[in-house]
Design a protein around this ligand. Structure first.
Ligand code: NAD
Length: 493
């Protein structure tokens, strides 16, 4: 099977219906074998980003006038193409991002389903009718597209996060300028090519490969941009929210998490430990919804720690293209350094690693691997109990009771995902009410979401709007209220 890197020697931005090399070269490297270049990339500058916004602006009147059925047909075809290419795209995704091939292929297929889902959503009701207080008046609302939407995405789900922003933006009649994270340009080109190969007219989707520091301001502040949808870190997200809001743009932020899994003493401990391990270690812990705090009722803490240690020690860390591997590398050397700093700091602050706690080297060479890690004796003030790590690291925090567990779970600025393991239905319902999180799971890992229901966080994890499902229409359209007094009545006197 050829990879796109073999087909396209140098990957580039796609603006106004053409591939445009940018002025700066960059190597897209493989975190498993850091000396291997996966693709040679050229990065856009602010001038090319401006052209992308202008192209999207120029295409908007045509795209908003395109029948919703036709827009849906483009999206369905894009989804089918993604599905047909899932193995090839998944391979390149694994090579540049490091998640296992199985996870990567499933992510691309999920992206395909999201495109097909919004193909159908394009035909859902886009307004309401109301009875009027006046005779002869037809009173209704209609949702309309916003215009140019800047889509800014992270590296950790490089296929499905772009899909869940781009597909609804296009379905509801907007045009798009998309800036993916610069660590994953190859997957971005694959996704863009699938959408373009579906026959999308020129200018409707523009891809800007570039550094946030160089093209970000243009995409966030350009007067022709109507809205910005962003997923990424809190620092970057809050900064661009301020800039975009200052120029009156609609902004959607999906940010970080510090997600708790609570295990109560009445839970099935084997199942709970397996789910917690999946939430903490799969995708190398590089998920916004990853489990990083394991809040355990003290009476079963030792049993949960034993089971988590057994999972951590038996899961194969290695080349993510190898089917035996469960945990691939951290995405980049900068992220690896950040995770290793947290591990050192955790120990300095008194925590003890009962599994992992260090880089995995040896036969893995200079790849950016970290052993799946379980920390105990973690003070609630320890940074590993408070900050997002984005690595395969679980901190176990014993508590006396349900009440203490929920209080600790809520003691964080974040509020993305949270789960509880219990066999008591009343406690499960109580938890769904007590926990401050946008996604609540009972007897399920904190990760893993379904695309047809709303997704998003509370507190510092989000700007408050919701993505996916029917909720996406709220962000990507605005409502108009029409008072239709027709035929016009005769004048009163
Ligand atoms: P990041 O904030 O570093 O980058 C996100 C995107 O913003 C990238 O495309 C980046 O190039 C761009 N960017 C950087 N500086 C910019 C600027 N000044 N202006 C405009 N754009 C700029 O995040 P990341 O490291 O790619 O992703 C990891 C983070 O994303 C984690 O915090 C994770 O929790 C979060 N995340 C959240 C969700 C969610 O749905 N809540 C999902 C996945 C990831």
């Amino acid at each position: 099977m050829t990879t796109i890197a073999e087909e396209i020697p140098e990957i580039a931005s796609y603006v106004a219906g053409e591939w445009h090399p940018g002025p700066r070269r960059s190597a897209d490297t493989n975190p498993t074998h850091p000396k291997e270049t996966v693709a040679n990339t050229t990065l856009a500058d602010a001038a090319l980003a401006r052209r992308a916004v202008e192209a999207a602006r120029a295409a908007f009147p045509m795209w908003r006038a395109t029948l919703a059925t036709a827009r849906g047909d483009f999206l369905r075809k894009a989804g089918d193409l993604l599905d047909a290419r899932a193995e090839q795209i998944g391979r390149d995704l694994t090579r540049e991002e490091g998640k296992t091939l199985d996870e990567a292929v499933r992510e691309v297929r999920l992206g395909a389903n999201i495109f097909r889902y919004y193909a159908v959503q394009a035909l859902d009701p886009d307004g309401e009718t109301y009875p009027s207080g006046r005779p002869n008046l037809f009173l209704y609302t209609k949702r309309e597209p916003l215009g140019v939407v800047s889509v800014i995405t992270p590296w950790n789900f490089p296929a499905c996060i772009p899909a869940w922003k781009i597909a609804p933006a296009l379905a509801f009649g907007n045009t798009v300028v998309w800036k993916p994270a610069d660590l994953v340009p190859l997957t971005a080109v694959h996704i863009a090519r699938a959408v373009l190969d579906a026959g999308l007219p020129s200018g409707v989707l523009n891809l800007v490969l570039g550094k946030g520091s160089e093209v970000g301001d243009t995409l966030v502040t350009h007067p022709d941009v109507a809205a910005v949808t962003f997923t990424g870190s809190n620092a970057v997200g809050r900064g661009l929210q301020a800039k975009a809001a200052a120029s009156g743009k609609r902004v959607q932020l999906e940010l970080g998490g510090k997600n708790p899994a609570i295990v109560l003493q009445d839970a099935d401990l084997d199942f709970a430990a397996e789910q917690v391990a999946r939430g903490a270690f799969l995708a190398t812990g590089q998920k916004c919804t990853a489990t990083s705090r394991v809040i355990v009722q003290r009476s079963v803490a030792a049993e949960i720690v034993d089971r988590l240690r057994a999972h951590a020690e038996s899961w194969t860390v290695g080349d993510p293209l190898d089917p035996k591997t469960k945990i691939g590398p951290i995405v980049s050397s900068a992220q690896l350094d950040s995770v290793l700093r947290y591990l050192e700091q955790a120990r300095r602050d008194g925590a003890r690693a009962v599994a992992g706690g260090e880089r995995a080297g040896g036969p893995l060479g200079d790849g950016y691997f970290v052993k799946p890690t379980v920390f105990v004796d973690v003070a609630p003030t320890n940074p590993i109990a408070r900050e997002e790590i984005f690595g395969p690291v679980a901190a176990v925090l014993p508590v006396a009771s349900y009440e203490d567990a929920v209080a600790l779970a809520n003691d964080t600025p974040y509020g993305l995902s949270a789960s509880i393991f219990t066999n008591d239905l009343a406690t499960a319902h109580r938890f769904a009410q007590d926990i401050r999180a946008g996604v609540v799971k009972v007897n399920q890992e904190t990760s893993g979401i379904e695309y047809h229901v709303p997704f998003g966080g509370v507190k510092e994890s989000s700007s408050g709007s919701r993505e996916q499902g029917k909720a996406a229409r709220e962000f990507f359209t605005e409502s108009k209220t029409v008072y239709m007094n027709f035929p016009a009545p005769t004048a009163r006197a």
